[in-house]
Design a protein around this ligand. Sequence first.
Ligand code: MN
Length: 298
Amino acid sequence: MLLVDHALMLARLRAPVYHRCPKKGTGDTPVPYAGGVAHPALVRKDTRMSLLSQLADVDVIDLTAPLSDQTPILQLPPPFANTKSFSLTEISRYDDRGPAWYWNDITTGEHAGTHFDAPVHWITGKDGEDISQVPPAKLIAPAAVLDFSLSAAADPDFLLEVSDVEAWEEANGPLPDGGWLLYRTGWDARSGDQREFLNANETGPHTPGISVECAAWLASRPILGVGVETVGTDAGAAHSFEPPFPCHTALLGAGKYGLTQLRNLELLPPQGAVIIAAPLPIVGGSGSPCRVLALVER
Ligand code: MN
């Protein structure tokens, strides 16, 4: 059985999810809980065995950018407020503040580095899920990888159009139901440098994205969301589109998700990878830094 089929089967087995109820008198009665794990009785032993044995033939590819005070972050022009960069504040490092241990506090924006956009991030999705409410089963999903890195190299303002996606589907099959559209532009090669990554001049940032028409069309498709290599899911120039920021507006408004600052997409096949995207369950959060892994059959 294909890995994708396995992932989707497990996702179905996981719904609903349970944890053991701690209340006195209710014993081990399972109760639904969005942050829990699959109830063992819902996962058949032979399913677990075959999945484990299949993982021996799977490459795990890290799509996550390293998170440090050098990680590029979004810069909005005045009068808009900006997010904080990621940073560490040392608590102790094997010294009088803690002789045997090293640890830090972290400061970070929800939208720093490789991160997950929840629907509530945008005004069109304000009644939708916050990041803690994204169902766990949706954090494991198949992906289609659309490579437009040559187009983006020729034009940093390149916009993906409906016809591009239709031509891609003609060659590679339909976008996966309940899966990610991962949009490769080669922009991850610039992620070591904030200036190159944002690529701004006097007219604002110039980074590839998705056209207004295509964003609206994708929002009507049964995909889980869109993942990109740039600082946000929208093009650098999307502030002056009509409507502005069409990916955020249409996709988050449709209850779909965003993934940003991905890398290593060139290591994935056009179809067949399984993505594990694991944001922190920040209660009320609009997004979260996220570890994104791809499982690819050898
Ligand atoms: Mn974001």
